[in-house]
Each structure stands twice: as structure tokens, then as C-alpha cells.
Design a protein around this ligand. Structure first.
Ligand code: PHE
Length: 349
């Protein structure tokens, strides 16, 4: 014989527990869990019902009524919990936050073409034994000009449209002051490269007021232009392909003697001056493209840094990074590098 009081107690406590569980539910899954636990086919209410037939006939109607009441109450609690969750979800969504939305993947960035070429140049030259050095972008007139054999009023200064900070301080117009700084810092042998920003008052299709150069300097007891040619050939072949040819033309820089300008065979038309019937615009049909200035370090420069020009020889070169990147990637307008247009920058990922 089942115990009527025990069933009543169970009905009362399951109602209290269900109310507690459903008021705390924070998801539809938790509501469903509670439904199964209290109202499911094998749930606690179903177990009370199953015990009914064992009751004394006189107690059955009252206990049955209590069970029906408990069932009605459970259904109401479930509905309320579901409505509350729906309200909360709508509120969160209208506040601009929908926790059920899938996340957005962040767009990965990519390296700037100037950075890519700079890193490639550095890694090739580092493998050839050069150390990377750097120096200030705001430079003294002495490091930028005078120690490089360009005294005040030297006409060569006119070629570099200089941005002056004060009479004796400039935004460096080239990376060549790093030749001076490196030689002042150590005794020979010296083998350094110096990548960095330089500044000139200049702006058109092929010039921006800020651009990048990489300087190379080697000083030893027996260095020659032949070594320079070997290093530059190796560099250009790795950058532009194994068939790239090099051409040295005589030139002038105050800090090198002799000085050369170095051309490579045009990477666009392969040095033929044209592609099929079309003339090559990149090299203006000449088949050659100038990419850097170089030469043997002038003895006068050695004197400025306290090196003995009778004992040491050296060579230096300076190369524009943007120009190399333009050739390598076929970019026509240098200003595109600095407009921060992601449609352009995203192509180098
Ligand atoms: N500094 C020179 C320029 O900016 C390039 C150069 C560097 C030439 C080293 C010779 C030797 O034009």
C-alpha cells in the first residue's frame, strides 16, 4: 500500500524545486532539461502518478487532484521560463549584441612591398657577410654632407633637395651618413649595410618626399671595384632572376672616386627594348634600367674618419628600395606605396 502523505510531500517539493530551477535557467537547453526531469515520461511527476493505483480508494481523488495541480503549475512555470528567455534574447539583440551570431574572422594583414624588398635585400647581403646597421633620420650637416666631401656651397648639394631642420641639421637626404658613422665606430675591416628612410623636397610620378635606400660599405686593405661588381651581380641575380645582366657607367659622386652608375638589363622586356611589337616603356626601349650609384670610397672621406687612405681601400653603393620594388612588381606610380589603399597593399600578401 502506497503512502498518500509521502506522495503529497513529493508533489510539494518537486513544485518548489522546479520553480527554483526554472527561474534560474539561462538557456533553452536548461529549460528542456527541467521539463524532462519534472514532467517527462520517467520524470518525478510521472513517478507520483505511477504510485496512485496503490493508494487506498478513499485517498485517491484528493491526491489525484494535487497531482493535476502540480502538473498545471509545472506547465505554467515552463511557459514563463521560455518567455523570459525569449524576452532576454530580443533585448540583447536590440542592444546591438546577438550572442548567437557566428564570430567574424579578422582580416590578416600583409607586409608592405617596401618592407618585403628591404627584407630580401638585407637577407641576401647578410648571407654575403654584411652586418645591418642603422642611424638617425635627423642628421647633422657634417655627417650628411661635409664628411662625405661636400663642403658648404659645394654644387653637388644642389642635387639633393634638402629639408633643413636648422642651419646645421637636416633630414638625411641619403643613407650615406651611415658610411661615416660606421667608420667612426670601428677600425677596418668594415662590411655593413644600412637600410632606412631618406628625405628630399621632391614629389612626382617617380619621387616622393620620403623614400627608402639601402647603403652598402666595404673597407679593407685590398678591396676593388671587381669585388663590388661581384657582390652587386649576385644581389641583382637573386632579386631579378639568374639571367640579369649588369652594366657599369662612369658617373660622379663627391664621396666616391671613381664613381659609377649601375644599370641592370630590363626585367620587364628582358633587355630587348620591347615585348613583341610593343616598345618597352619601363626602360624607354634601351633595354637597361639604372638602379644604383656606387664607387670606390674617396680618400678624402677616409681622412674625415681617421682611416689611413694609403693603407685602406673601400667601396660603397646606395640603392633606392622603391625603385627596385617598382621593377620587381611592375608598379608604375611610386606614390601608390604611401596612399595606404588596401586594394593595392593587399596584393603583396
Ligand atoms: N648616396 C648616393 C645617393 O643618394 C648614392 C651613393 C651611395 C653613391 C654610395 C655612391 C656611393 O644618390
Amino acid at each position: 500500500m502506497a503512502d498518500a502523505q509521502a506522495i503529497r510531500d513529493e508533489l510539494a517539493s518537486l513544485a518548489i524545486e522546479a520553480r527554483d530551477a526554472l527561474s534560474k535557467a539561462t538557456s533553452e537547453d536548461e529549460v528542456e532539461e527541467a521539463r524532462v526531469r519534472y514532467l517527462g515520461r520517467k520524470g518525478r511527476l510521472a513517478q507520483c502518478m505511477a504510485a496512485m493505483p496503490g493508494l487506498d480508494a478513499s485517498e485517491r481523488p484528493a491526491v489525484g487532484q494535487a497531482a493535476n495541480q502540480a502538473k498545471a503549475e509545472l506547465n505554467t512555470l515552463l511557459d514563463e521560463a521560455k518567455q523570459r528567455l525569449a524576452r532576454e534574447k530580443a533585448k540583447a539583440a536590440s542592444a546591438g549584441f546577438d550572442p548567437t551570431m557566428p564570430g567574424r574572422a579578422p582580416a590578416p594583414g600583409s607586409l608592405h612591398p617596401v618592407t618585403l624588398v628591404m627584407e630580401e635585400l638585407c637577407s641576401v647581403l647578410q648571407r654575403l657577410g654584411f652586418d645591418v646597421v642603422s642611424g638617425p633620420e635627423i642628421e647633422t650637416d657634417w655627417h650628411n654632407f661635409e664628411a662625405l666631401n661636400m663642403p658648404p656651397d659645394h654644387p653637388a648639394r644642389d642635387m639633393q633637395d634638402t629639408l633643413y631642420v636648422t642651419d646645421s641639421v637636416v633630414l638625411r637626404t641619403h643613407t650615406s651618413p651611415l658610411q661615416i658613422r660606421s667608420m667612426l665606430a670601428t677600425e677596418p675591416p668594415v662590411a655593413v649595410i644600412a637600410p632606412g628612410r631618406v628625405f628630399r623636397r621632391d614629389s612626382d610620378l617617380t619621387h616622393t618626399p620620403m623614400f627608402h635606400q639601402i647603403e652598402g660599405l666595404l673597407v679593407d686593405t685590398a678591396s676593388s671595384l671587381a669585388d663590388l661588381r661581384g657582390v652587386l651581380s649576385s644581389l641583382c641575380r637573386q632579386l631579378f632572376g639568374p639571367d640579369t645582366k649588369l652594366r657599369f657607367r662612369p658617373s660622379f659622386f663627391p664621396f666616391t672616386e671613381p664613381s659609377v652608375e649601375v644599370d641592370i638589363s630590363c626585367s620587364i622586356c628582358g633587355g630587348h627594348g620591347g615585348v613583341g611589337q610593343d616598345p618597352c616603356r619601363t626602360c624607354k626601349e634601351s633595354g637597361w634600367i639604372e638602379i644604383l650609384g656606387a664607387g670606390m670610397v674617396d680618400p678624402e672621406v677616409f681622412r674625415h674618419v681617421g682611416y689611413d687612405p694609403e693603407r685602406y681601400t673601400g667601396w660603397a653603393f646606395g640603392l633606392g628600395i622603391e625603385r627596385v620594388a617598382m621593377l620587381k612588381y611592375g608598379i608604375g606610380d611610386i606614390r601608390m606605396y604611401f596612399e595606404n589603399d588596401l586594394r593595392f597593399l593587399g596584393q603583396f600578401a
